[in-house]
Ligand binder design. Structure first.
Ligand code: GRF
Length: 189
């Protein structure tokens, strides 16, 4: 069975949705572990409650060390895919090269518009009428890399940034597992 690791830094709403998709059999894959650069990430508790091993990536000792231990965890866990779900670190070009085409990210805008750490806020402040969600393969850039799937989210009159965030998160919850499911089943191990 396809095996994947999830990397998070924060709340983990996407992680929770992926866990649900796995447990309900919509996403037929094994979640090998959840890694985080942040010991306070709420998503770590979500993973533990579901019995998924968690690992703290020690970025305090430098990116190289943290990525070495991540690579080791992936090797030991026979992980084929790395799924980023709100992971706020940029993976180094050499790490990306060693997992080329096997790292996936979700971003809360219609890329290439509004890359970076605040895709929702940037779209809101710009005043666009349609934004959305993008799932893409990770390359050496920030929120670049081949696009796998997108979903548009409209901004309604009377919206607030909070309402927009909720609508985007709903779209993320629907799009990520579906895209991963298609990707995993269409790519040889
Ligand atoms: C999501 O909006 C995702 O698109 C972005 O970071 C956010 C993570 O949220 N990359 P969560 O931790 O999954 O709740």
């Amino acid at each position: 069975m396809t095996s994947f690791a999830v990397l998070i830094s924060g709340r983990g709403t996407n992680l929770a949705a992926l866990l649900e998709a796995v447990s309900e059999g919509r996403l037929r894959a094994r979640m090998a572990f959840v890694g985080s650069d942040n010991s306070e990430a709420a998503g770590l508790e979500t993973a533990r409650k579901s019995g998924i091993p968690t690992h703290l990536l020690d970025y305090g000792s430098g990116k190289e060390k943290a990525e070495q231990s991540l690579a080791r965890l992936c090797r030991d866990g026979e992980v084929q895919w790395i799924v980023l779900a709100g992971f706020m670190r940029i993976l180094s070009p050499s790490f990306v090269a060693s997992f080329r085409g096997r790292i996936v990210n979700i971003h809360p805008s219609l890329l290439p518009s509004f890359p970076g750490p605040d895709g929702i806020g940037d779209a809101w402040r710009y005043g666009v009428k349609v934004t959305g969600v993008t799932v893409h393969l990770v390359d050496e850039g920030v929120d670049t890399g081949p696009i796998l799937a997108q979903r548009a989210v409209e901004i309604h009159p009377g919206d607030t940034p909070e309402l927009l965030r909720e609508r985007i998160q709903r779209a993320e919850r629907q799009l990520y597992w579906k895209t991963l499911s298609e990707l995993f089943s269409s790519t040889p191990h």
